[in-house]
Ligand binder design. Structure first.
Ligand code: ADP
Ligand code: MG
Length: 252
């Protein structure tokens, strides 16, 4: 299936003919993804939309390189992906913060793992914390924060890595409606910032309105097994369409 994409950027990730199966509890094969083809390009927000169990998180883990497919190829910048994707950072539905670490230390963790020196780590974490609106909460612990603020920490922890690809697995599902709306707006605002380093956002959701609100392109996953049953190019003027001709005239 091919649909004209709004994005014309360079291909960052390519998944070709991906099958993914797991072995179930009683030894049976569980076919989760079947013949999935997906490209993620620079300059686009892509939503993976599907029901619970359709394989969205599995697909995101394949893109992140946390799983290898049963068959098919995953490439990042034209090279086969082996192990964790060096260009990707993840945001999770359940935030996945370390409860024993402060906001600052949670945000620094990924930089520490990548060998960034302490002074640079601290500087970059403070910038990310500030950027996401958590200035003043550096020494707070996750349990002292609201759900929305915890997810802001989740965002900061991903953004501090300056990833090419921001992979988000139902990042707003655990939040109340207003908080979710605020954070969606924040995401679009960040995306629209000229110096935002991330080149592509891939967001998993079961919420069709959210998919259409945020994404340039929506890939719809059907269930049992998960396969892409529709690709929708969303065509609405939004702040992030800054890359489109005439955008400056719309916003300025
Ligand atoms: P979604 O995110 O769309 O809800 P998932 O990708 O989490 O779907 O899961 C798709 C299917 O794959 C589900 O039936 C789930 O139980 C199964 N599954 C996911 N990961 C594993 C695993 N590691 N082992 C066995 N089954 C799995
Ligand atoms: Mg999931």
């Amino acid at each position: 299936m091919t649909t004209e994409s709004l994005a014309t950027g360079e291909v960052l990730m390519e998944l070709c003919d991906i099958d993914m199966s797991f072995t179930g509890a009683s030894g049976e094969r569980l076919n989760v993804l079947d013949a999935v083809n997906l490209q993620l390009r620079e300059g686009e927000i892509v939503a993976l939309l599907g029901r619970s169990g359709s394989g969205k998180s599995t697909l995101l883990r394949l893109i992140a390189g946390l799983l290898a497919p049963t068959s098919g190829q995953v490439t990042y910048r034209d090279a086969p992906l082996r192990g964790a994707n060096p260009g990707a950072a993840l945001v999770f539905q359940s935030f996945a913060l370390m409860p024993w670490l402060t906001v600052q230390d949670n945000v620094e963790l990924g930089l520490a793992a990548r060998g960034v020196a302490p002074a640079a780590r601290r500087q970059r974490a403070l910038e990310a914390i500030d950027r996401i609106g958590l200035d003043g909460f550096e020494t707070a612990y996750p349990k002292e924060l609201s759900g929305g603020m915890r997810q802001r920490v989740g965002f900061a922890r991903a953004l501090v890595l300056e990833p090419d690809l921001l992979l988000m697995d139902e990042p707003f599902s655990a939040l109340d409606v207003l908080t979710a709306e605020n954070l969606r707006t924040e995401l679009v605002n960040l995306w629209s910032t000229k110096d935002f380093p991330t080149k592509c956002v891939c967001i998993v959701t079961h919420n069709i309105e959210e998919a259409v609100q945020l994404a340039d392109r929506v890939m719809v996953l059907g269930s049992n097994p998960g396969r892409i049953i529709a690709e929708i190019a969303v065509d609405a003027p939004r702040p992030r369409d800054r890359r489109a001709p005439g955008f400056e005239a719309l916003v300025d």
